[in-house]
Design a protein around this ligand. Sequence first.
Ligand code: ADP
Ligand code: MG
Length: 471
Amino acid sequence: MNSKDLWIGILEQLSKELSWAELITWFKNTAVLDSQKGSLSVGLPFPLFLNWHMKKYAERTLAAAQLVDPSIRQIEYRVDTALCESDARVIDLLKHFPKKTEARKLPKKNQTKTRQGGIVSNIPNSKYTLDNFIVSPENRLAHAACQNVAKYPGENYNPLFIYGNVGLGKTHLLQGIANEMRRHNPDALAVYMTSEMFVNEVVNAIRSHDMTRFRDKYRKVDAFIIDDIQFMANKDRSQEEFFHTFNTLHDMGSQIVLSSDRPPQELSLLSQRLVSRFESGMIVDVRMPDYETRLAILQHKAQEAQVFINDDVLKLIAYNVDHSVRALEGALNQAIAQYELEHTAPTVKSVGKMLQRQKKEVAYIGPQALEPAGKGAISLEHLINSVTGYYAIERSDLVSDSRCREHTLPRQVIMYLASKKLRISLSKIGETMGRNHTTVIHSVNRIGQELKNNRQLLRDMNAITQEVGIY
Ligand code: ADP
Ligand code: MG
């Protein structure tokens, strides 16, 4: 068998296990260079492929090769930058592996679905699922509530209200509910829309004097999911319509899910009766995930995108981008773009430069110091010792139930610094301080607020951070 036929045979075996995209991405312009004495030599077009193949495909490629030629016992990789489409050793991958139509599996975009007299549902983006949402202490409750709602719509948490800053996963969760509901029950009718879409529909209905049809349309759904409700501020007529839709659906036992950038009581431009309806169900927040979760998200997204990016690079991004998951993804996408456009692997240096362009300071610490509680890093113990020393209290006062400010303040200061500066996870902080994770969140927020106008606290904080060596 010649090298090309051998490679085609092997790839055919592999194609049973790999996705089409994976095959086309990672096996493009690869070739069998040689196969002698039981050793298969595989040529790769870029140095970047080497790591990825050794890590991800070596074993499977060897197993596939053995099915084609049982005498093959080992595999070795060689980078040969001459490998390209026009190289005679390379096979035409697309010809041998044309894209399969996956139409059956994927829901058609913007498909309309008719039930009970023509209800149009806006099919959410199928890439957002509850399964691919990475759970951390900061969003565990929100995620669990979404799962419950998707499984038992209208039964336990109705309405479900999720709030948090932009880019923290609200839309992901909301669309995840709709997707999950459909998975459980293909006939379920879950409508997802942003509040802006709702407002537009109200405007159109008014314009076309078709209010009755509009009212009927959304009053027959199993789940009504409205994203970014804050945009309904000041839109009185829409709020009015929404209030009635809400009540009808709620009375019928349909699930209602809402998201907003702030908690209901702060939605001052929404009518009070609407706000109090929101408050009648379950209210949960999403917050920025801790360092470990941010890293896990990056690893997961890199894997989804089927690119290999060095872990140190991912750590650098996870460490420095700490305000929004969307920004985290943005940084990763830029790193991926570098790889795709320039065919060079992103490095700590190149990604550091990129981050620097967006943000003035980038914390450049050696990879091991990037680990939050890692060796070089300042430990929680060290912080606790300094703070108890500074406030002249005993360590036992920290974990005690005492509620006098003498004790609660140092406790909260530790939690704040541990979370904000040392980036220790909330669960770890809670464990050490004998507090649950909600208390930790509360304490961190409290100190954050207080720092804005308590000068004494600010001075204390500066003294402590200087002593501990964190800035
Ligand atoms: P929001 O609606 O709160 O502004 P999004 O839901 O649009 O935020 O999230 C922004 C991006 O971050 C999306 O691509 C989303 O998939 C991703 N994301 C946010 N949180 C997570 C998470 N915990 N796990 C995985 N991806 C996340
Ligand atoms: Mg959103």
